[in-house]
Write a new protein. Sequence first.
Lengths: 115, 247
Amino acid sequence: MTTTYGPLSVWGVIVAGGVATFAIRLSFVHLFGRVDDVPPWLERALVYVPAAVLAALVAPSFAPASATVSAALAPDYLPELCGGLAAVLAAWYTEDVLWTVAAGMAALHLARFLL
Amino acid sequence: MDSRLPPDLREGVRDTLPLLLGIVPFALVAGVAGVEAGLTPLQTVGFSVVVFAGASQLAAIELLGDDAALVTVVLTVVVINLRMLMYSASIAPYFRHLSTRVRAGCAYVLTDQAYALALARYAGDDDGDIRRPLYYLGVAWTLWVVWQAGTVVGVVFGAAVPDGWRLGFAVPLVFLALVVPAVADGATLVAAVVGGGVAVVGAGLDYNAGLILGGVVGVLAGVAAERAGLAGGDGDADDGDAAEGHP
């Protein structure tokens, strides 16, 4: 899918995202001596951000538009599912980006070829 | 390597080399994904230079490709990168004697890997009071250079490859490569399952709100699961070991 946003919108996202990210990185490095620690409640919550947000990002890519078992097992959807499963297994065993992507792409194309 | 470089800097560069095996494919995907989402090459490289944070870049690019609300896109970048608050707080004491400008230069290139490597070195080093952050800069700027080069190659490659190769599928695969190691114990598993589940159920919501909702509810579920005793033995918030593996 390609974006229909114009250059101004895209650059707006890049700049806003970049400035916010820089502010996060600089926060305590800059404030050291005035504010030394992340509040404990926030630190506790931040531990769960990667798992929760990354899962929320990826799950819809592997869930069919109509959430029924027959839709999930439709032939035109199976290759993606195979690729995803192969990637999860590779990530589990190797914890390596390269192997995970390679396994997922290989399974996707193998399934497309065979099914 | 040029032996006239300061030893700390050289060691930083050297220690980074093994990590590049994981960084290079990730950077390539960031470049490919931008092209696939209809961004210009300059915009795609702009993401890598201005934001310089892989998972958040990929998320933003994917959401732009879906024409998600711009507020959602920026908010997602912020949420994904919030973990760097922990890194910033934890590494700040080692940068305290530096000028404001050098501190800003250090902060700009703060990533999961640079943080992890630098802290491992500084922690075992008791006389590190006035140590210049050359080791950290060696790690961080090596990653920066490789990240930019990888993005450029990905942009060129992505534009040249036929659609039938389905290179865009590499984006969710990279997210899988990141989320699986992030699940370290029962509580992080609950966070991931709840976050993913809520996002799927809310996939049809306006502004892609399902994603934000999934992230927030997932985090709350993780905290609740931790209270219920599902966190692993070493899960109690040392120096942010939850998100290794991506800049």
